[in-house]
Structures are given as C-alpha cells and as structure tokens.
Design a protein around this ligand. Structure first.
Ligand code: BDR
Ligand code: CA
Length: 308
C-alpha cells in the first residue's frame, strides 16, 4: 500500500510514522507536516528525525499548513506530547532530510495516482488546501483515511469535539465534501486503542529496530498525561495508528455509512454530526465511520509491526 501521510508529530503521530515505516505492506511515499500538537517547524523536524532513524532520509518531508484556514492563532499541546512533541526526547535542532515545499505533494500523487492512499492524522488544513489548489487531481485519489471526530461520545478538547476536527472544522468539511471515499477513525474507536506499559516494555524487549529505545519513553510520557486526567487508566490511546491499521484490516473495523458534517459554530465547534437513524437517506455523500473494532487483533498487529 502506497501511503502519503499528513500529520503533526506529536507522540501518537510519531507511532503512526514508525508503524508506516516498519510495516512490510506499507510504502511510505511522503510525510506532509503541519501545525497541531506542535508547530509546523517542529512537526517537520520530528518527521525528518524519525525517517532518518529508520535510514529513510530519502522520504520527502513536505511542508504543510502553519495555522487553520480561518487564520486564527493555534494552541500546541506540550503537556500531552512534550516540549518538542516526542515526550522526553529532544531531537537535534537541525536534521538532514528530503525537505520539500507544499506543491511537491501533487508530484507524489501524480506519480502514483492509481494506488496512492492518503492518511490524515492531523488538523485537516493541509489536505483541504490541497483540494482547494487542485481539486481535479485530489478528487481522483481513491481513498482517504482520517483520524478525527467523536460521534455522540465525549470529545477530548471540548465536551463535544475531538482535537483534529476542532482545530480546523472548516478544513474538515472541505475534505468531507470533495474527497472521493473517506474512512474516518473517530474517538469512538481510537479511545480504545490503548497501549499499556506492559505492551511498551514487551516491544522494548522484543524489538530489533532502531525505534526500540524510543517507544517506552514516548508512550510513558503520553500515558502519564492520560493517567493524570483519568486516574486508573492503564495506558494511552494511540489514536493516529488506527487509520493505518484500518487500511490493511478493514474486516476488523465495523463502520456505518453516513453523511458527516463538522459544526463550525462557536459553542459546538468541531462537533462531528451524522444521522444514525435507520431512516437516514443515502444521498451518495456517505463516509465510512468507524464505530467498533477488534482490540485484540489491533494490539497484536501493533506489537508485530513495532517489533520487526
Ligand atoms: C488527535 O489529536 C491529536 O492531538 C492526536 O495526535 C490525534 O491526531 C486525537 O484527538
Ligand atoms: Ca495527530
């Protein structure tokens, strides 16, 4: 599977990058980095750092959005993801990488139009901008996978909204409007994709890759935040790995096909809405909303991929 990954690393984004780099069936064609958990500059550095650790400094790291389409200021999340987005790890201030400007993403897509899959695990701003600048090409991309939304379950940034959709609800609606086929991994499933301390130390003890030293400290940093917010929690949800997992494991995720709207009004900003009544009409604009998944299968796939 050829993947162009939009992200904002961030700890769970970093685990998604590592998963994509290590999975034998995934070919990572490029990483588009944007603001979100950290600044765009830090996200770019972190992506290049991880690609470099894997000996893949050739992978294009494409410069994405710095702020939402509305022009608002952004909030970063060092308390969750660490001062540089990698928990206690501080990557060097400059890293050799295959840095590319935004327009390079169209070259990646054109070169692989038949089989490229887009995965977006950050704010939707860069992907929406890609549609705005070249809608015809972007509408030819067969499948887009998104981490975002919370369908009638509590949000994680407001009582109603999930962070990616809340960060740029206008952009999320652009992508939902124009993309050919969209698979959404909302908090309904990603909140349950928990990596425990036991799983992290099993990976540390069994892995052969360069990432084995990195996984326990970043997951522990991330889990400490979740434990503080939810005492008794045994780990942390690796939200951003879910869309990559789904790509190769469709039969282990139950979806409902519904039209999705993201609210942009102040009070409900970022709330993802869909009509789940049986009577809801199929007007052809349905998106696949992940509502249930097989945790045991997920965690064994995650461990297997992380321990190659
Ligand atoms: C999403 O928000 C970000 O903070 C995470 O990286 C993930 O993409 C979860 O709501
Ligand atoms: Ca993310």
């Amino acid at each position: 599977m050829k993947v162009l990954l939009f992200c904002d690393p961030g700890i769970d984004d970093s685990l998604a990058i590592i998963y994509a780099l290590q999975h034998p069936q995934i070919e990572l064609l490029g990483i588009v980095t944007s603001y979100g958990n950290v600044s765009k500059e830090q996200a770019t550095l972190n992506a290049a750092y991880l690609a470099g650790l894997a000996g893949r400094s050739d992978i294009p790291v494409i410069s994405g959005a710095e702020f939402p389409l509305s022009g608002e200021n952004t909030t970063y999340y060092p308390e969750i993801h660490g001062p540089d987005g990698l928990g206690p790890i501080r990557p060097p201030a400059s890293i050799q990488g295959n840095y590319q400007g935004f327009m390079h993403l169209y070259k990646v897509i054109e070169d692989h139009l038949d089989d490229v899959v887009i995965i977006d695990v950050g704010r939707s701003t860069s992907l929406a901008a890609a549609f705005n600048l070249n809608k015809n090409l972007m509408m030819k991309v067969n499948r887009i996978y998104i981490m975002g939304g919370a369908f009638y379950v509590p949000g994680n940034v407001t009582p109603l909204a999930e962070a990616n959709f809340h960060g740029d609800p206008i952009a999320a609606n652009v992508v939902l409007k124009y993309a050919k086929e969209v698979f959404i991994s909302p908090l309904n499933i990603t909140n349950h994709a928990i990596v425990t301390r036991e799983v992290a130390s099993y990976i540390y003890n069994s892995a052969h890759s360069v990432f084995k030293e990195l996984i326990p400290p970043i997951t522990e940093y991330y889990a400490a935040y979740y434990r503080k917010m939810n005492p008794g929690m045994r780990g942390a949800p690796v939200h951003d790995v879910l869309p990559l997992y789904q790509l190769l494991n469709h039969s282990f995720i139950i979806t409902k096909e519904r039209k999705v709207t993201v609210l942009t009004c102040d009070d409900g900003r970022g709330t993802s809405a869909a009509d789940f009544r049986n009577s809801s009409k199929n007007d052809g604009s349905q998106r696949h909303i992940g509502l249930l998944f097989d945790y045991r299968h997920f965690i064994s796939d995650f461990i297997k991929t992380m321990t190659v």
